[in-house]
Structure formats: structure tokens, C-alpha cells
Design a protein around this ligand. Structure first.
Ligand SMILES: [Zn+2]
Length: 410
């Protein structure tokens, strides 16, 4: 805690090296408090954060200057003077997330409060384009989103791109097998393609971002331990423990898709056999139901056809779905034993398949968990739709604001 009431203008004189860090940390504490408790008064903030009233007034003034908070004019009736209430100011900013996949691209923008401003879904030849073509395509969509936000008089706080693959902590894609990418400096190349746009450009793994989206926007109030599983051609896990995303040492955690589920099973592109991804990913289903094999550009209509055949009671499809669900449940059982999450969320195309796979997968998970009743683990489907990773990508931008990377005062 600090008591200095001056602004955080760097370079205005000798200051302790960590002065601006402390100030930024305290600004973030206040911002997060208002995010969680708005409308609230300065006195509420002081009482709950332990910061003294003068400091809170200074911090709030700074956040109002930066147009992150605004006064509502509402007052709270209680003993003593009525207080001016504070809320987040959603109007001047936008956080942008883009999810790329083998067959589609989703772009979303949200305001500071997390309210949706825009949601686009486009066909995208991610599985067949070169990484250079893909970067150009992503940059084109990003430019259109930024133009739209600028027209609405909003400043873009940041852009995160979600990728199905191994993304290191610097935003480089080390390997995205289903996209055919290896060692692509996605964040760097995209920033260049956008001509250093004046906001941070990040890249992250789609499962990590799906987990962030569930944490911020999903119906899991108070959940601290959550695993999100992507349901695409690939299967990845985003792991949240104790309220924090766990990326691992180099950023590569959560590669559940390459855990061996069926010894000696079908070959996986990783060179091994029987991986979760090949026995419980979409390929496992579509290879057997789509004559002539899977076309990455047409996954959605192919899944719709599977759903129609399942609804019509097609025994071949029902049998395949049951096998997929059993294999998926085995994988979730490993997650339950290893991490003891409160909830495992199935995302992507698993959502459409849920009526045929959820109960079976949960039975399998419960049967394999050593702890009684799966250690309390619930298996649910995402309510965030296809855009979950894109939403999480925007959430990552908001997370970085909440942790103290604030836009400059106007
Ligand atoms: Zn594999």
C-alpha cells in the first residue's frame, strides 16, 4: 500500500524504482474491486482493500482520468453522508480476440465490462493456407475489427489470437499440426502486418483461452479449479488451478490430446498410436461417417450431418458416438485423478454432440476416478458456443488490464 497522492507520471523526478509498480498494482486492486462490486463507493473500496481513504480518492481520480471508471450519481442510503457510486466505464475501450482454426475464424470484441461489441465468424482455410497467408488473413480481419471500433470512438486495448497448437510464452507458435504450422512468430508477424498498431498483440493456445473465457464469462461462479477441453480435430486442455491459468514452464501444458487412451490404437500424427485425439477427437467420428474422408473446410456441415443421423437413430453413428464418449471419459478420468478439478468443460463441437456423449463420458470418468464421486468433478458442456476461445482471447486482454497494464490517461 502507498499513501502518496501524486499521479504516477514517470520521469518527473527521483522516485523509488518500484514506485510506478506499486501505484499500478494499487490501481489494479481498485479496478478489480469495482469490477466485482460495482456500484460501490470510495469508502467501500477503502474498507475492503485496506488502502486509506486519501489513497483511494487519488487512485479513483486516476482511473476516472483514464476513463476506466465513472461516477454514476447514484447514492447509497446509509448512516452518514450519501456517497457517489462508481462503476466501470465500458464506453471508450475494446478488447479484441480472434480464434483461428482449420476451417473457421471467429473475431469478437468486448468492452471493459466484458459486454459483447461484435462477433464475426468467417470460413478460413487454416488447414490449407501457408502460415504467411494465414497471418495476412488474420491481419485483414483484425484491421476491419479495429476500424469498426475506431468508428465507435473506442480505443483498442489489445488483440489476442487463439491457435490450436503449442504457443510459447512469447506468442510464437512452435507447432500447430492441424494447421501445418511450425515455428511461426505469430504475435510478432501479426504486429508487423498491422504496422505496430499501438496496442499489444498476443497469441496463445486455444484451450488456455477457452479456460479463461469459462472463468470470466461462464456460469461457474466461485469455481477455482477448472479444466476446459477443446473439441475440434485436435483436443487440448486449458488448466485453471486455484483461480489461475497454469501454462507450465514453457507454455506447453494441457496437451491431453496425446495421452495414450487405446494402446495399439489408430496412428496419430504425433507418431504414436491410440492418442486421445485420434480416438475421441472429431476425426475419429468423421473418418468413419463421411464418405471420402474429412474435409477440414467443411467440418461444420459434416458434424451437422452426424447430428441428424444420430437424431434419426442411425445405429452406426450411435455406436461411434458411444465409443468416442467412452474414450473421452477415460481421458477426463485421468484429468480428474491428476488435478481434481471442480468442473471439466467440453467445448467446440462436443457441445453439439453432448446429447449423445455427455452422460456416457461422465460415467466413464466416474468409473475411473479413485476419489469417490469423481472427487466432486462435474463434466459439463460449454455455454459459450464456438466463439469460446475468441472470447477468452479478448478476456486475456481484460486480464492484463485488471492486473495493472492500464491505458494511459487521456
Ligand atoms: Zn498423438
Amino acid at each position: 500500500m502507498i499513501t502518496n497522492t501524486q499521479g504516477s507520471a514517470p520521469g518527473t523526478g527521483p522516485q523509488p524504482a518500484d514506485f510506478t509498480d506499486v501505484r499500478a498494482t494499487n490501481l489494479a486492486v481498485v479496478l478489480r474491486f469495482v469490477r466485482e462490486n460495482a456500484p460501490c463507493s470510495r469508502a467501500d473500496i477503502a474498507a475492503s482493500t485496506g488502502l486509506n481513504k486519501a489513497t483511494v480518492s487519488s487512485l479513483v481520480a486516476d482511473l476516472i482520468d483514464r476513463r476506466l471508471l465513472r461516477e454514476t450519481g447514484l447514492t447509497e442510503n446509509r448512516v452518514g453522508r450519501p456517497a457517489t457510486m462508481l462503476v466501470l466505464d465500458g464506453s471508450p475501450y475494446a478488447a479484441v480476440g480472434i480464434e483461428v482454426n482449420v476451417d473457421y475464424l471467429t473475431a469478437v470484441a468486448v468492452d471493459l465490462k466484458g459486454e459483447a461489441l461484435l462477433s464475426w465468424r468467417r470460413a478460413f482455410p487454416g488447414g490449407s493456407a501457408s502460415s504467411g497467408q494465414a497471418v495476412a488473413g488474420i491481419a485483414g480481419v483484425a484491421r476491419r475489427v479495429v476500424t469498426r471500433m475506431t468508428k465507435e470512438a473506442r480505443q483498442v486495448l489489445g488483440l489476442t489470437v487463439a491457435v490450436p497448437g503449442l504457443v510459447d510464452l512469447n506468442g510464437s507458435v512452435r507447432l500447430a499440426p492441424n494447421m501445418g504450422w511450425r515455428d511461426v512468430d505469430l504475435a510478432g508477424d501479426l504486429a508487423k502486418a498491422l504496422r505496430d498498431p499501438g496496442f499489444p498483440v498476443l497469441a496463445d493456445n486455444d484451450a488456455n483461452l477457452g479456460a479463461l473465457a469459462e472463468l470470466r464469462f461462464g456460469p461457474h461462479g466461485g469455481v477455482r479449479d477448472l479444466v476446459y477441453l477443446t473439441g475440434e480435430i485436435g483436443v487440448g486442455a486449458g488448466i485453471v488451478l486455484d483461480g489461475r491459468l497454469r501454462r507450465g514452464g514453457a507454455g506447453f501444458s494441457g496437451e491431453i490430446g496425446h495421452i495414450e487412451i487405446v494402446p495399439g490404437g489408430p496412428p496419430c500424427h504425433c507418431g504414436r498410436r491410440g492418442c486421445l485425439e485420434v480416438v475421441a477427437g472429431l476425426g475419429a467420428l468423421l473418418d468413419r461417417t463421411v464418405p471420402g474422408g474429412v474435409s477440414p473446410a467443411e467440418l461444420e456441415p459434416e458434424i451437422d450431418e452426424v447430428v441428424q443421423r444420430a437424431e434419426a437413430g442411425d445405429p452406426v453413428v450411435l455406436d461411434l458416438l458411444d465409443t468416442l464418449a467412452g474414450n473421452l471419459g477415460r481421458g477426463v478420468g485421468i484429468v480428474a485423478n491428476l488435478l481434481n478439478p471442480e468442473v471439466v468443460v467440453l467445448g467446440g463441437y462436443y457441445v453439439k454432440l453432448a446429447p449423445w456423449i455427455l452422460a456416457r463420458a461422465e460415467r466413464e470418468m466416474l468409473g475411473r476416478s479413485l476419489a469417490p464421486a469423481g472427487g466432486g468433478c462435474r463434466l459439463v458442456v460449454s455455454g459459450l458456443g464456438y466463439g469460446a476461445a475468441a472470447l477468452g482471447a479478448a478476456a486475456r486482454v481484460l486480464d492484463s488490464v485488471d492486473s495493472g497494464r492500464l491505458p494511459a490517461p487521456a
